[in-house]
Write a protein that binds this ligand. Structure first.
Ligand code: PEP
Ligand code: MG
Length: 561
């Protein structure tokens, strides 16, 4: 079977399907008052109902694509959701024992699974797995949560297949035998995709119900460049893809020859080429691909991958190492950009209707000043060890950057008193990723030492299109004149104030936009390290003057990208 999805991260992997395993939900017994019994029962009914609806919609889609044999498993699922032994007994337990719905359901579920396991029939034993999978889905609805991946004992050459995965799941893949991953949903500039590219893990998304259809151990090919997934490939296809994999690797190899050459246009204009990193270990890759600095260090990954808050010393040590390793090049460390899709067990956030527009990023830092101040102190101290710049994400207005500068001044005074060294002239930049900030770029450039355009978010907020939702991918238009006009305004405004402008969204690593960004006068491209050679190649074969003519015409609407 050949499936066409959305290419998330390039490269080719040939391996076997490994369906995502989730950690079991931690269920606690909680006594409920007599007047709460009704509420617990209706919570339980709603969770069962939501699961039923979910299964019906999957079944409908799968039926269209599959033989009736395979889709008949859904009938079993549905019957199970109507099973009296499960539904009525759970409700009875809630009523009689006055316990919470989660606890009652898990007791009853385990009882049924044990019954199945006792049966000496392989087919029925196998059904125990279906029951527990379905139970997990009901429990997720009941607990209103996404559960975590279970790592360990994953066979070599595995291709992880899942409905969806988080950026931190992706960060664990390389060390767990995962060669590639395939998900039902996700967007090209989602953080999961960004981490996959940074770690060179081929990935394809947007495959709808693939995680339901794919079978554990099934042979699979993932073509992350073309967004193609093939299951049970014949011998000839495998041979062709092995050849294609070799071609891809050779191409990467030949591009690497460019790594030490400067990014200068044919008419002599030099552009900055920097790398985006998520974890300190990526420095070696960034340097290997020819980065002349780190344009975006997503410091929040230190928080995402930790269950406790990293303290000042831990952060200081990490930032100092990165700066020292990159010397004499600059390292732009972004203060934590948590919230929305980047969550940390160490920072508890209130549930929100619209997390993407809610308490995320610098807004969250203002809300929990202790965490922000600790990071600022660690950054300032590390600034004594190298060429460190501080960058603030999600700035919406001038007062926010002023407020950040006040907090930084306060931290400087503290460190001065303590006799701790720091660079008193450390640069503080603003990310431009909210349309309001783009439109006020002239005002923000007066306060900030540099600007960096975060197109991943700037696009989603400008076009009102969620960057993680592949259904609205067609509106999430990178090459749209409205976006280019915004970018032009940001660059021109900063230049008028003698401030430099970088672009650190995924657009910087897309060869389709290199020429127009050169033409708009961008100073620095900051991208996934693997993209550096191909972007350098374009810059070195393009004239900046011609690029400017092209950008002017494009902005005016008289030519297309
Ligand atoms: C961006 O929004 O373009 C950006 C670089 O930040 P992130 O992708 O981490 O949100
Ligand atoms: Mg962003």
């Amino acid at each position: 079977m050949v499936y066409k999805g959305m290419a998330l991260s390039p490269g080719i992997a040939i391996g076997r399907v490994y369906p995502l395993k989730r950690a079991a939900h931690k269920v606690h017994r909680r006594s409920v008052l007599p007047n709460e019994v009704k509420r617990e029962i209706s919570r339980f009914r709603k969770a069962v109902d939501d699961t039923r609806k979910e299964m019906i919609s999957v079944e409908d889609k799968v039926k269209k694509a599959l033989s009736s044999k395979k889709s008949s498993i859904f009938e079993g699922y549905r019957l199970f959701l109507e099973d009296k032994m499960l539904i009525n007994e759970t409700e009875t337990l809630i009523k009689d024992q006055r316990v919470n719905a989660e606890f009652a359901f898990s007791m009853q579920l385990n009882k049924i699974i044990m019954e199945f396991k006792k049966i000496k029939n392989d087919y029925l034993k196998e059904r125990a797995r279906d029951v527990s999978e379905l139970g997990r889905r009901v429990m997720s609805h009941l607990m209103d949560m996404d559960d975590k991946v279970l790592w360990g004992d994953i066979p070599p050459d595995s291709v992880l297949v899942a409905y969806n995965i988080t950026p931190s799941d992706t960060a664990h893949m390389k060390s767990n035998n995962i060669r590639a991953f395939v998900t039902d949903t996700g967007g090209k500039t989602s953080h999961t995709a960004i981490v996959a590219r940074a770690l060179e893990i081929p990935a394809v998304t947007g495959l709808r119900d693939f995680s339901v259809i794919a079978e554990a151990g099934q042979d699979i090919i993932v073509d992350g460049e073309n967004g193609i997934v093939i299951t049970d490939p014949d011998e000839e296809t495998v041979i062709n893809y092995k050849r294609e994999r070799k071609r891809y690797q050779d191409e990467q190899h030949s591009l690497q020859k460019l790594m030490d050459l400067p990014a200068v246009s044919t008419d002599g204009v030099t552009f900055g080429i920097e790398a985006n990193i998520e974890i300190a270990e990526e420095i070696a890759t960034a340097l290997a691909y020819g980065a002349e600095g780190i344009g975006l260090y997503r410091s929040e990954y230190m928080f995402i991958n930790s269950e406790t808050l990293p303290g000042e010393e831990e952060q200081y040590a990490q930032y100092k190492t990165v700066c020292e390793k990159m010397l004499p090049y600059p390292v732009t460390i972004r203060t934590i950009d948590l919230g929305a899709d980047k969550l940390s067990d160490a920072v508890k956030l209130p549930p929100e209707q619209n997390p993407m527009m809610g308490l995320r990023s610098i807004r969250l830092c203002f809300k929990i000043p202790e965490i922000f101040k600790t990071q600022i102190r660690a950054l300032l101290r590390a600034s004594a060890a190298g060429n460190l710049k501080i960058m603030i994400p999600m700035i919406t207005n001038v007062s926010e950057i002023k407020k950040v500068k006040m907090i930084i001044s306060e931290a400087k005074r503290e460190l001065e008193k303590e006799g701790a060294p720091f660079n008193a002239r450390v640069e503080v930049g603003a990310m431009i990723e909210v349309p309001a900030a783009a439109v006020a770029a002239d005002l923000i450039a007066e306060e900030a030492d540099f600007l960096s355009i975060g197109t991943n978010d700037l696009i989603q907020y400008t076009f009102a299109a969620d960057r993680m939702n592949e259904n609205v991918d067609y509106v999430y238009e990178q090459g749209n004149p409205s976006l280019m006009r915004l970018i032009k305004f940001v660059i021109d405004s900063a230049h008028q104030k003698q401030k430099s402008v970088a672009l650190c969204g995924e657009m910087a690593s897309d060869p389709a936009f290199t020429k127009i960004l050169m033409g708009l006068g961008l100073d620095t491209f900051s991208m996934s390290a693997i993209a550096i050679p191909k972007i350098k190649k374009i810059i070195r074969t393009t004239s900046a003057r011609e690029a400017k003519d092209f950008a002017d015409k494009f902005i005016a609407g008289s030519c297309s990208q």
